[in-house]
Design a binder for this molecule. Structure first.
Ligand code: 5AD
Ligand code: SF4
Length: 452
């Protein structure tokens, strides 16, 4: 046992944030105590992301700041967790002497031993990837967050091998967490008062444990907890299950919101990206989603300036986005990653300024689509889950609609964690402004006979 204090700083995707909660649990089981800033901590961990170069640069800069802290505090331990661990362990430990401990995403159980090695004066590394590790038996400890919405990891790794993506190399092979342990974690969240759960995986529709597939898992979770609302991220367009669309349509607590990464609107580009669907197949899927779930809200990921991208291919992405009218999009300039197929086989040959120009065009078009979509919301009623005070004022609450749109409304007597029926009165491209009407619940708002 050791009662040192620790601080984890997390970069990157929601999976990383969920992983940091697993690490919290492992460290607290050892008697270690979480603190809210690096300055107070005996041990600092940085949970890292490799997805794009700028994510890595931010981490490098931060590690240099921590090295400066270490100059005055010899006993301070600094560790790197997550996706950057494998690739840069030598650089970090030997050449730059920035950190004491390096732990890959599948080796978190080993952290107590690694910390003991550091105490004995050695540098400690474990970057082994696993075919089985899902941390199924570890209950994540949510030390930050709002106490209302939570992420639950349902699988790890990715076998898709999109040609631009480093994830299959940093996080290893795909594996699913046993559904019993997922349901147990959601039961615990329910008891703690959480009202929204997002099931996470690099590729959730590949979830499979024994006979339980992703649709069955969503069915089990949502029927067990009718007053918790469920989201998931991210599915892959190549094999999105139609049965899940029907389930979302009929279950009030399965949110009418789907994040469905397109990456590109051009079939030739999708082929180079090793995304096994065409523009037409993607659009067919979108049409099905809109038909089966009327009013469904969609979001996507888009990469601008991937290898050999022609102006025509870029315009195909623009037109796809215009056609789908996403409510939200995560848009990136292509960033070459070592070890990927694109790095080995293609040339990163779109000049930086062209990537930027295309990305700007994509973003501008998306902002105007969002503003138009949001304008249509004015006068509509929504069920909002209040997540906390708005950024601007503690006289206002903010939360999201079932369709994942951020809403701000006057606090009055409403509380964080309550479902509130609101009427939309105004908007920007990113936020809806609303008038609260009454405290409500999923059962009451949707008034489905099964839930009444
Ligand atoms: N460059 C730019 N964006 C990338 N993404 C993944 N790899 C890269 C890369 N090399 C984006 C994809 C993915 C999201 C999580 O990050 O759009 O869906
Ligand atoms: Fe990367 Fe593609 Fe796997 Fe997503 S599906 S993590 S983009 S390889």
């Amino acid at each position: 046992m050791n009662n040192k204090t620790f601080y984890i700083e997390t970069y990157g995707c929601q999976m990383n944030f969920a992983d940091s909660e697993v690490v919290n649990s492992i460290l607290m089981n050892q008697g270690m105590v979480p603190v809210q800033s690096a300055e107070e901590a005996d041990v600092i961990f940085v949970n890292t992301c490799s997805i794009r170069e700028n994510a890595e640069s931010r981490v490098w800069n931060r590690l240099k700041e921590f090295r400066a802290l270490k100059k005055n505090r010899q006993e301070l331990t600094v560790g790197v967790l997550g996706c950057m661990a494998e690739r840069i362990r030598e650089q970090i430990i030997d050449k730059e002497k920035l950190v004491d401990i390096v732990v890959g995403p599948d080796a978190y159980r080993d952290i107590p031993n690694l910390l003991a090695e550091v105490d004995d004066g050695r540098k400690a590394v474990n970057v082994l990837l696993s075919l089985e590790e899902t941390y199924a038996d570890i209950s994540p400890v949510r030390t930050s967050g709002n106490g209302v919405t939570a992420f639950v990891s349902i699988m790890r790794g990715c076998d898709n091998m999109c040609s631009f993506c480093v994830v299959p190399f940093t996080r290893g092979r795909e594996r699913s967490r046993p559904f019993e342990s997922i349901l147990r974690e959601i039961d615990e969240l329910d008891q703690q008062g959480y009202k929204e759960v997002t099931l996470l995986g690099q590729n959730v529709n590949s979830y499979k444990h024994e006979n339980t597939d992703f649709t069955t898992l969503m069915d089990l979770a949502s029927s067990r907890h009718p007053e918790i609302r469920f989201r998931f991220s991210s599915p892959h367009p190549k094999d999105f299950p139609e049965a899940l669309l029907h389930l979302i349509a009929e279950r009030p607590n399965l949110c009418n919101y789907i994040h469905i990464p397109a990456q590109s609107g051009s079939s030739s580009m999708l082929e180079r990206m090793r995304r096994p669907y065409t523009r037409e197949q993607y659009l067919e899927l979108i049409a099905k989603m809109k038909k089966i779930i009327p009013g469904v809200s969609l979001s996507t990921d888009i990469i601008a300036g991937f290898c050999d991208e022609t102006e025509r291919e870029h315009q195909d992405t623009m037109s796809l986005m215009k056609f789908v009218e996403y409510d939200l999009a995560y848009m990136f300039a292509y960033s070459e990653r070592e070890r990927t197929l694109a790095h080995r086989k293609y040339e990163d040959n779109i000049p930086e300024e062209v990537k930027k120009k295309r990305l700007t065009e994509i973003i501008q078009q998306q902002m105007s689509i969002q503003e138009k979509n949001n304008q249509k919301e004015i006068g509509q009623r929504h069920l909002v889950l209040a997540e906390g005070f708005s950024k601007r004022s503690d006289q206002q609450l903010s939360g999201r609609t079932d369709t994942n749109k951020m809403v701000v409304f006057d606090r009055e007597n409403y509380q964080k964690g309550e479902y509130v029926e609101v009427e939309i009165t105004g908007c920007t491209s990113a936020t809806l402004i609303a008038r609260p009407i009454a405290k409500s619940s999923i059962g009451r708002f949707y008034a489905e006979p099964a839930y009444a």
